[in-house]
Design a protein. Structure first.
Length: 598
């Protein structure tokens, strides 16, 4: 078939006219694409792209605050943070350092830098030189140097030497109240970054506060854009913790207990001084108290507070609870009559003895307490049912932590009366078969001295914010345990313990004193006796109670009796405290109950 002829008026493919039309169409398509993209950028993606660009320019930095102070009740600083610096070297930069004076090179490179810096830092020149040589860009050569030391270093203008800000926690009074304050801990490369014991641990969040932040725009060179975004969230400084502790009393008490441990050969000692009305602790002292500046120098057992963590059988100091229960329940009065033998066997066949062999003694209830008779106390307590015995032990605070404000506090051991065996149900009447802390023993006598009302003890008075506002620490509501009349009876009985009984060594010239001695055996896990606890808990002045002092001596060698080992410590501690507080001497005379009935 012959090829169909093309109309003569149509151009052939490749004809100049056709190519021009095709190019025009292509140009139009490209233009439309660019226009569309421009519309998208300007009208649709503009906000998103702007936000991305801004985000790339924004930088946020954390703003921290110094850890707040810990002070005593009079504002004496016991823990504070100070400005320090870590000294850093850029080894590469230091390698090219030269110092010229009067046209002469006077120092050059790491070796001369070591010669200059070693005496400032107090280190060996050769050892420092070894740290300065190398190709690393960030190496610590000294940590926690003072601002004065850094100024000396900075004045030398050594290339590659710079500083890094740091904060150091210091304790200006050394070991004074170290067991209360605690100390700082942290990783090996960041020591002292968080509380590790005591108040430093218990009130970490209060002391640290909250970090703030600053967000700003920066230009290409990393500089701040003056007209850019600047957003600040202020840091909230921590609150100063105000302790109830009096540092002068605390210092003196620590000296007294350390001396007592040395003289008696005891393994450890505890002394607590508490305000009768408020429950505030003036002193809480453990022998061999840790120095928070050097916690590693103390044995692990000495880094906390035994006063709140170590438990023991209270012994005869707990007999006052049995007397309180008997008077309050109406089964006895201070003048009720008993015969206390050396050895006494209960209805269930359990035999108990007094500490010293003696003939039968005609004693009143007051006389049983004054002479600290076990057999007499059991006769008094057996008139109370088991639930009542447990109720009074619990009401006086046994078996429950006091929430004094320190970590690691034990609630002691007070088993439910339904779990008592045939011996324990009587042993608890004279302070065995139950375990307590030194602070819990103090609480029993605080309750009696305060007219029968128990208040929560505390080592923290409150918190002071950065603007000076003081907020008292919230404590539990006070609890009436016994009537005021029963408390008055007990005070008269306890005062006679120091006047005529086992607590004679606790007497203080010019002040009437009430209190009770205690000696308890300590048994190991094998059931064998492996030590003793000698104690005295006292109240002064007895006629107008201001302080309670609890003294606990563990495993003394010179004597096992609380009246011989612990009562003299009470006397020395109470004498100093009463004078420090300006408590006037007692007026009037004691009015003791009769102790015998023949």
């Amino acid at each position: 078939m012959a090829e169909r002829a093309r109309p003569s008026h149509l151009p052939r493919v490749g004809h100049p006219v056709r190519r021009q039309r095709l190019l025009s169409v292509a140009s139009l398509v490209v233009l439309l694409v660019f226009v569309g993209r421009l519309v998208m950028v300007q009208g649709v993606d503009a906000a998103e792209l702007s936000a991305e660009a801004l985000a790339g320019r924004l930088t946020t930095a954390s703003v921290s605050t110094e850890r707040a102070d810990i002070v005593d009740r009079n504002g004496v600083v016991l823990a504070t943070s100070v400005q320090r610096y870590h000294v850093v070297v850029n080894q590469e930069e230091l390698a090219g350092w030269m110092r010229a004076e009067n046209g002469h090179i006077t120092a050059e490179g790491p070796l001369d830098a070591a010669r200059i810096l070693a005496p400032i830092l107090g280190v060996s020149e050769s050892e420092l030189a070894a740290e300065l040589v190398g190709d690393r860009t960030y190496v610590y050569i000294a940590k926690y140097v003072t601002p004065e030391t850094w100024e000396l270093i900075d004045d030398e203008d050594i290339a590659g030497i710079s500083r890094e800000s740091a904060s150091l926690r210091i304790y200006p009074n050394g070991s004074v109240a170290g067991n209360v304050i605690g100390f700082m801990g942290g990783r090996s490369d960041q020591p002292g970054t968080f509380g590790n014991a005591g108040i430093e641990l218990a009130l970490e969040d209060t002391l640290v506060g909250e970090d703030g932040s600053i967000t700003y725009e920066r230009g290409g060179g990393g500089t701040v854009i003056p007209t850019g975004i600047l957003d600040e969230v202020a840091a909230r400084p921590g609150d100063t913790v105000v302790l109830s502790v009096d540092s002068d009393i605390q210092y003196q008490v620590q000296q007294i207990v350390d001396d007592a441990v040395a003289k008696t050969g005891a393994s450890a000692g505890i002394v607590i001084v508490e305000d009768v009305k408020s429950g505030e602790i003036y002193a809480l002292a453990d022998s061999d108290t840790v120095d928070p500046n050097e916690p590693g120098e103390s044995d692990a057992d000495d880094r906390g507070s035994r006063a709140v963590s170590t438990v023991f059988e209270p012994g005869s100091t707990a007999k006052v609870i049995t007397m309180a229960a008997a008077i309050e329940e109406g089964t006895a009065t201070p003048t009720s009559k008993y015969v206390a033998p050396y050895e006494y066997t209960t209805e269930n066949g359990q035999t108990f003895k007094d500490s010293h062999e003696h003939a039968d003694q005609p004693l009143t209830l007051a006389g049983i307490l004054v002479s600290s008779s076990n057999t007499g106390t059991i006769q008094v307590g057996q008139e109370l049912d088991l639930a009542t015995r447990y109720e009074y032990l619990s009401a006086f605070g046994f078996g429950s932590a006091t929430d004094v404000g320190l970590p690691g506090e034990s609630g002691g051991i007070l088993r439910d009366w339904q779990n008592w065996d045939g011996r324990t149900e009587y042993a608890v009447l004279y302070g065995q078969g139950v375990s307590v802390t030194a602070l819990q023993t103090a609480q029993v006598y605080q309750t009696i001295a305060n007219g029968g009302v128990r208040v929560q003890p505390t080592v923290v008075s409150g918190y002071e914010s950065a603007d000076g506002t003081f907020t008292p620490r919230e404590t539990q509501d006070e609890t009436r345990v016994i009537s005021e009349e029963t408390a008055d009876d007990l005070m008269r009985m306890l005062e006679d313990v120091t006047a005529e009984g086992t607590g004679g060594n606790a007497r203080i010239d010019g002040y009437r004193v009430a209190g009770k001695t205690g000696t308890a055996q300590v048994f190991g896990s094998d059931g064998k006796q492996n030590g003793t606890v000698a104690s005295f808990v006292g109240i002064a002045p007895a006629d107008d109670p201001r302080i309670v002092v609890s003294v606990i001596m563990f495993d003394p060698k010179t004597s096992i009796w609380g009246g011989e080992v612990a009562a003299p410590v009470f006397r020395d501690v109470a004498t100093f405290t009463l004078q420090s507080l300006g408590v006037p001497p007692s007026t009037g005379k004691a009015d003791p109950y009769p102790t015998t009935w023949e």
